[in-house]
Ligand binder design. Structure first.
Ligand code: PLP
Length: 431
């Protein structure tokens, strides 16, 4: 059997180019990271060959004795990594990723068209928390359930818990979702618990972005207040692409969460688990219990604070004024530019980050901000000094964007992109 280079040089070449891009660029996308070689080895192993529908000890196929051992080990490590040993919590490690994990929870505890409340996407929430526009129910979550998003207080950039409380008392959702994709602050779990209890709702935390920080106890612990906790495994946790669902073992609001969630994952929404991912996840969760992992997560946060302070020094407006976690959200609107143009210019200089909507944005297509995260470059060894230099490079890119926007004829993003990629405009001379 040939290796990849001989079997398929075309795919090998593409992988090589992507590897080079990853290593040459400043990777600042808040949801990305560089997983370890050990995780990659497990993900690229023979575990991918095996079907194992069901749970350890209760499979629909033979030959699963080693897969049972692996999945049981992964579950135990997941509970240990999040300090749940001896507590009445269980976990399902089979979700294929974060969005399916969330949808599995919804189908486990809700009936079609039951009501949910999650943070609105333009205010930092995730699509899978029920995003819809006035014209269209965009996410499956808002198609199959009735969604009433909650939002930030635009004057502070913080979740408007008072408004959420009022709305929840009127809307009476059956599920309230905590968690975000672009929120630079920690969550007030005791307040969310109180709001959920008053509405008679389940409280779920989607800790996808911050699960590494939670495991290392550098942010507040959602398990003390929530009934269900979901996560992806490839962001700050630094594992393979996948998902997990943690649930309380005691019934909540009369529902046996363990049975409902396990059945929702399989046979409800998935078939065979991705055992190679579960192998990689087990490796990642072992690492997540090490002293080095705690040091790493502390650095993710201190690096982010250094980045935020430098950006403030340079005159930038940050949503909420700073950061408690691994990301900052920069509001570029006071400079008369938008996130899409800055993303384009920085991409040309191998600085990878993403345009992001900021509170008050009119259009999600031309959002007014950028999101910058520290997990990936902290894995690559970046220190606070490096992140200060990174802020300076971003600042340079923003200045170039302002100049280019002034010089370009036409107001469309395509006009801008055409201009900055033309010989007329030489970025190379500028940086
Ligand atoms: N939940 C949150 C908070 C996220 O930020 C994301 C992805 O960015 C997801 C869920 C979805 O994860 P996936 O892309 O693995 O479906």
């Amino acid at each position: 059997d040939n290796g990849l280079s001989e079997a398929d040089p075309e795919v090998r070449a593409i992988i090589n180019k992507e590897k080079e891009r990853q290593f040459k660029s400043l990777e600042l996308i808040a949801s990305e990271n560089f997983t370890s070689r050990a995780v990659m080895e497990a993900v690229g192993s023979c575990l991918t060959n095996k079907y194992s529908e069901g749970l350890p000890g209760k499979r629909y196929y033979g030959g699963n004795e080693h897969i049972d051992e692996l999945e049981t080990l992964c579950q135990q490590r997941a509970l240990d990594a999040f300090h749940l040993e001896g507590k009445k919590w269980g976990v399902n490690v089979q979700p294929l990723s974060g969005s399916p994990a969330n949808f599995e929870v919804y189908t486990a505890v809700l009936k079609p068209h039951d009501r949910i409340m999650g943070l609105d996407l333009p205010h930092g929430g995730h699509l899978s928390h029920g995003f819809m526009t006035p014209k269209r129910r965009v996410s499956g979550t808002s198609i199959y359930f009735e969604s009433m998003p909650y939002r930030l207080d635009e004057s502070t950039g913080l979740i408007d818990y008072d408004m959420l409380e009022k709305t929840a008392n009127l809307f009476r959702p059956k599920l309230i979702i905590v968690g975000a994709s672009a929120y630079p602050r920690d969550f007030d779990y005791p307040r969310m618990r109180k709001i959920a209890d008053a509405a008679g709702a389940f409280l779920m935390m989607d800790m996808a972005h911050i699960s590494g920080l939670v495991a290392a106890s550098v942010v507040a612990n959602p398990f003390d207040y929530c009934d269900i906790v979901t996560t992806t495994t490839h962001k700050s946790l630094r594992g393979p692409r996948g998902g997990m669902i943690f649930f309380k073992k005691d019934p909540v609001l009369g529902v046996d969460l363990e049975t409902a969630i396990n059945n929702a994952v399989f046979p409800g929404l998935q078939g065979g688990p991705h055992n190679h991912t579960i192998g990689g996840l087990a490796v990642c969760l072992k690492h997540a219990q090490s002293p080095e992992f705690k040091v790493y997560q502390n650095k993710v946060v201190s690096n982010c604070r250094a980045l935020a302070s430098r950006l403030v020094e340079l005159g930038y407006k940050l949503v909420s004024g700073g950061s408690d976690n691994h990301l900052v959200l920069v509001d570029l609107r006071p400079l008369g530019i938008d996130g899409a143009r800055v993303e384009k210019i920085l991409d040309m200089a191998s600085i990878t980050l993403n345009k992001n909507s900021v509170p008050g944005d009119k259009s999600a297509l031309m959002p007014g901000g950028i999101r910058i995260g520290t997990p990936a470059m902290t894995t690559r060894g970046f220190t606070e000094k490096d992140f200060i230099a990174t802020a300076d490079h971003i600042h340079e890119g923003v200045q170039i964007t302002i100049d280019a926007k002034r010089a370009v004829s036409g107001s469309k993003l395509q006009d801008f992109e055409k201009f900055v990629t033309s010989p007329e405009f030489s970025l190379i001379d500028r940086v």
